[in-house]
Structures are given as C-alpha cells and as structure tokens.
Ligand binder design. Structure first.
Ligand code: 3PG
Length: 368
C-alpha cells in the first residue's frame, strides 16, 4: 500500500479526504468514532504541511432539501476543538470544504467520479492523502478521482483498517469465529461465501437467522425472512453444516421466550434467548480471532438482551476482535463502553474487502 509514511509532506499543500459522514440528529453528533479516528492522520499532516485542505461527504445529496440538512458545519466546529493547532498555524492554512456531495446536485459529479471535478479538487494541493476508509469502496471524485492528478497515498486509518481486515483473511489465529447478525442475508451473501471458507465457526444471529432456520425446515412463525435466499442458505448449510451455529431460542413480539422448535404461526422473533447465548459463549470463550458484524436483535427497540450479552462475552475473552458496521459499533459502544475491541469505521467498505474485492480508494504501488 502507498501510505503517508512513503512521502515527504513537509511544507507541501496537502489535501486530505476523511470520512466524516457521522450520524447527526437535532443538530447533535450521535457517534463521533469516525471523527476521532481521523485525528491521527490529520494531526500528522497539520504538524508538517504548509497548507491542509480537508474534504469529506456527509449523507446522500439528491435534493436542495438534502443539501440544507447535510452541511458539514457542525462537524467542522467539533473537529476544530479536537485538532492540534497552535499559534503558528494560521487560520487560512487549514481549510475544510463543504460536503463534497453538494456537487451531486449537478449530474452526480462527485459520486460518478467526474474527472473535471476531481481535477478542480486536486488544484488546491500538491499531495493527496485518502484516509476515508468508510468510503474506500466508492469511486468518487474526492477520494479516487483526485489520484489521477497529483501524487496520492493512504493515511494511517486506512492502513490500520486494511491490516485488521487482512488478519481475518490471511492466517487468522485460531479458533476463528465470525458473528453475523442484522436483518438481511441478501446484504451479506458474498461475504458469507468468502469468509466461511476461512473461519472455524460462523455464528448467525439477528433476523437473518430466520432465513437459515426456514431453509432448515423450521417453523419460524411470522418472523422476517428472505424467500429468494432460501436456496442460498440451504446450500451453505449443506456444505458447511459443522461450521454454522444458529439460534436455539428467541424472544417474540410479546417478549415471551420460545424455543425455535416451539414457534407458532403468529410468533415473530425479535431477539435471541439465553440458551443461544450459552451456545455462543461456548464457541467464543477459547477463540483467538473474532469478527462481529450485525446486532443479534432489535436492540434499539428494547430487544437488547442478546446483543448486550454477546458484547459482554466478547469483552471477557482474550482474542483479536474486529467490530464492523454502524449499528454494531453503536451497540458495543453502548453496552461495553470501555472495550478494547478494534472498531472498523467502514461497514460497507469492510464487507466489500472481506468479500475479496479490491477497494478503489486503497492505493497500491503500480505493478511493473
Ligand atoms: C458509509 O457511511 O458507509 C460511508 O460514509 C459511505 O457512504 P455511502 O454509503 O452514502 O456512500
């Protein structure tokens, strides 16, 4: 990888692309993980460069209303309280552009990687550093396009994230357990196909477990499942039966605890139960590598038992643990705030990398 360590940025004008796309509600930043994880690279650049130009997107911009609701002003104000500046750094040497996706109102120029726009961005600097890991799976003007015009490298966050993901893909310390949750199998088929070959156990919880349970022939009541992924789930179960760990009991819409084999027509599974937690615990307690992506139940809506208990189990084991996905990161921060997990700032980006795809925002030396 071409990283910031491979280039002299002293007294250069440096453009740095960050992923400051954070959840905001009522003018409050709900989770500042991405902002804090950007600081290492940003401070390193501020200490050396003659001028720093920060780029980021926020949200998705399709209408003028979206534009009004997705200004980076709040993020900019917060960021300025965190960075290392001193009197020697003049205000006009540290600049943050407004949301790069404002340019999407003009023919999706940012998202479609319009090269004129990329050239315009590049004209502000001598060197480009992409540290927006969460956006590395997108080929946008502000994270990939610029690299056509000025020397380009990745920052410390992208380097760390790729190193962590490589630990899951190449020679992970074993036992290696992957925990997948969340609603849909359809979002994760490619990653399941690739990662199941590498891990020792795949724990499937959350709503996506019901598609697998139904494929196995269980009555799942009125729980959410994806009809069109039953065949996929059945194939995976047939091929990797000894690796897959499913759920044994669950809480329904009335918070009644029901064993899976006792589910009735009207039951809707919203969370996993204590027997399932015991099963997960037995799989996890000796593990050495864990990837956790997707909550076990509707934890935002009072069905928090499974996700919370799982977070506690993970917090008490001695393993390399990587947590990915916005909801999952929120959950671990909520239930085990002082955890020492490795937190990925990119849900989509980390899944695509684990699928085996090359991320366009990660820059490598050209092969000769
Ligand atoms: C993310 O939150 O996954 C990244 O910031 C990318 O955002 P996007 O999915 O809107 O491209």
């Amino acid at each position: 990888m071409k990283t910031i360590n491979n280039v002299d940025i002293n007294n250069k004008r440096v453009i740095v692309r960050l992923d400051l796309n954070v959840p905001i509600k009522n003018n409050k930043i709900l989770d500042d993980t991405r902002i804090k994880k950007s600081l290492k690279t940003l401070n390193y650049i501020i200490e050396r460069a003659s001028k720093v130009i920060i780029l980021s997107h926020l949200g998705r911009i399709k209408t003028d209303e979206d534009k009004k609701n997705n200004s980076l002003k709040l993020v900019c104000d917060y960021l300025s309280t965190l960075i290392n500046t001193n009197d020697e750094v003049l205000d006009d040497d540290l600049i943050m552009f407004e949301n790069t996706r404002y340019f999407d109102l003009d023919n999706k120029k940012e998202s479609n990687n319009d090269l004129e726009l990329a050239k315009y961005f590049s004209s502000f600097g001598d060197i480009f550093i992409n540290d927006a890991f969460g956006t590395c799976h997108r080929c946008n003007a502000s994270n990939v396009g610029i690299s056509n015009f000025i020397p380009s490298y990745n920052g410390f966050l992208v380097e760390e994230e790729i190193e962590n993901l490589d630990r899951l893909l190449n020679n992970p310390e074993r036992p290696y357990v992957v925990i997948m949750g969340g609603k849909k199998v359809s979002d994760k088929i490619k990653v399941i196909e690739n990662i199941i070959k590498k891990c020792d156990k795949l724990i499937i919880g959350g709503a996506m477990a019901y598609t697998f349970l139904k494929a196995k022939g269980y009555e799942i009541g009125s729980s959410f499942y994806e009809e069109e992924y039953l065949d996929f789930s059945k194939n995976i179960l047939d091929k990797y039966n000894n690796k897959i760990v499913l759920i044994k009991d669950n809480y329904n819409q009335n918070k009644e605890l029901i064993r899976i084999e006792d589910m009735k027509k009207d039951d809707i599974g919203y969370d996993i139960g204590p027997d399932t937690i015991e099963l997960y615990k037995s799989e996890l307690e000796n593990s050495k590598t864990v990837f956790f992506n997707g909550p076990m139940g509707l934890f935002e809506e009072e069905y928090e038992y499974g996700t919370k208990e799982l977070c506690n189990i993970l917090n008490n084991i001695n393993a390399f643990i990587l947590v990915g996905g916005g909801d999952t990161v929120n959950a671990v921060n909520k239930y085990v705030p002082n955890n020492s997990f490795n937190i990925s700032t990119g849900g989509g980006a980390s899944l695509e990398y684990l699928e085996g795809k090359k991320l366009p925002g990660v820059f490598y030396e050209e092969e000769v």
